[in-house]
Design a protein around this ligand. Structure first.
Ligand code: 0RA
Length: 440
């Protein structure tokens, strides 16, 4: 091994004099060993920096990081099924029928690609520079973080008609990558089984419900992929598969409501960015808009959501004006009453901001989404006047209700001002501005 390494370094140096420079950080055996271990100990020292927290939420992130690798393999077109099994003994398994992590020796790092993926921060799908990692955990840190925060982890790879296995503890390999059996050469995939480190996490029990709801979301966002979850503790099982993608998502969200029209859906690509949205109004008053960036639920919104809302408001007002349906201006809130929508964007370099890193920050996205929605929804309304009218009347109704509510509020306030002096005993105390004098 050591000899090979030296030869390889020499030939690299001969071919490319600049390689000398990177020799110490990437290709020298000792240096890269230290680099990997430094990465892992950084994760163990400050786990929250990598998975958000060390509570129940962080615990489940370990699973999402593993699942995201399988989803990426599915998005690349090589995997159709992902399975999660919660075991009785605290272990959890994530498996897929993808190509299997490559088992050959990574030329620069002189170790198997399996080991690199499992131990190197950010090593995830970066092998192939042409395809960017689309799905990504909270911070897209990769499965090595799951490994670093696990007391034990076993990876099995089915590839080339063999089953390869390597075991780790606290992220460090404790065995070589070893062939443990044969398999039909057509059968390929990756199986990762791990036990979270109870010294790191304040909670170590996986929740079937929490995992199910995220896996269902992932199945909606990655149409055609089958995602299964099984709980050996309770024998509960779920299987998620949606050929309709986010159209199915919207219909799922509206399942207990009365929809006013068939779901509107568009999917557009521009400059390596893919944006899709699905929307359907129901006869209720709630706004139910979910936004995702690279399959991450952007609870705090961001530029994609702003672009979508801005365009939606403009398109509806333009249509209303153009068709002389009503003289009044519809506010963005009027337009989102009874609206159920899912928007999903996939971009090469997402910037996540905000308190929980769930706000998309990329500034160029706002205009791009705005223009896609403006054009596609604008034409859709022109081509589907019946649906357009249904939606616009719903929005006008909301505007009337808003104005009526505003008037009622003003009236109540005026009355309230007149009555203020006559509040009885205890309640009157509550109107005191100085908290020291207030006993409620
Ligand atoms: C690196 C390169 C390739 C696949 C993967 C990683 C991979 C990683 C994981 C983790 C869980 N499941 C996975 N499936 C695939 C490309 C493989 C090739 O070129 O054959």
């Amino acid at each position: 091994m050591e000899n090979n390494q030296t030869k390889m370094e020499q030939s690299q140096t001969q071919q490319n004099p600049q390689a000398q420079e990177s020799k110490t950080d990437e290709s020298s055996y000792d240096a890269k060993d230290i680099q990997v271990l430094a990465g892992l100990s950084a994760v163990r020292k400050r786990p929250a920096m990598y998975i958000g927290s060390t509570d129940i939420k962080g615990l489940h992130h370990l699973v999402y990081e593993a699942v995201d690798n399988s989803i990426d393999e599915a998005l690349a077109g090589f995997c159709s099924k992902v399975c999660v099994i919660i075991h009785n003994d605290g272990f959890i398994t994530v498996s897929d029928n993808g190509r299997g992590i490559p088992v050959d020796i990574h030329p620069k790092l002189n170790r198997s690609a399996v080991e690199v993926v499992m131990t190197k921060l950010h090593a995830g799908g970066k092998f192939d520079k042409k395809v960017y990692k689309v799905s990504g955990g909270l911070h897209g840190v990769g499965i090595s973080v799951t490994n670093a925060l696990s007391k034990e982890l076993v990876v099995d790879v089915k590839r080339n008609g063999k089953i390869y296995q390597q075991k780790y503890q606290y992220g460090k390999p404790v065995t070589e990558l070893t062939i443990i059996g044969d398999v039909d050469p057509k059968e390929t995939g990756t199986i990762v089984k791990f036990l979270p480190d109870e010294q790191i996490f304040s909670a170590t029990e996986f929740s079937f419900e929490i995992l199910s709801s995220r896996l269902r979301e992932l199945a909606f966002l990655n149409k055609g992929v089958t995602i299964e979850i099984e709980d050996e503790r309770t024998e509960k099982k779920n299987e998620f598969h949606y050929d309709g993608g986010i159209i199915s998502f919207v219909e799922y969200l509206n399942k207990n409501k009365t929809p006013l029209h068939k779901t509107i859906y568009f999917n557009k690509g521009k400059n390596g960015i893919q944006f899709e949205y699905a929307l359907q109004y129901n006869d209720g008053y709630q706004e139910n808009v979910f936004s995702f960036a690279n399959t991450i639920n952007t609870y705090e919104g961001g530029t994609h959501l702003i672009g979508f809302k801005t365009a939606l408001t403009r398109v509806m007002n333009n249509y209303t004006e153009k068709n002389k349906l009503k003289g009044m201006k519809l506010t963005s809130e009027d337009i989102r009453e009874g609206l159920t929508a899912v928007i999903s964007i996939k971009i090469p370099e997402p910037q996540f901001e905000g308190q929980t890193k769930t706000k998309l920050g990329n500034s160029e996205i706002k205009g791009l989404v705005d223009s896609i929605v403006n054009d596609s929804l604008g034409s859709y309304l022109e081509e589907n006047p019946q649906i357009a009218k249904t939606i616009v009347y719903k929005c006008i109704n909301a505007a009337h209700a808003r104005e009526a509510a505003q008037k009622a509020r003003e009236l109540t306030r005026r009355k309230g001002a007149l009555n203020h002096g006559s509040l009885p005993g205890k309640l009157a105390d509550c109107s005191e501005k100085d908290p020291a004098k207030c006993d409620c």
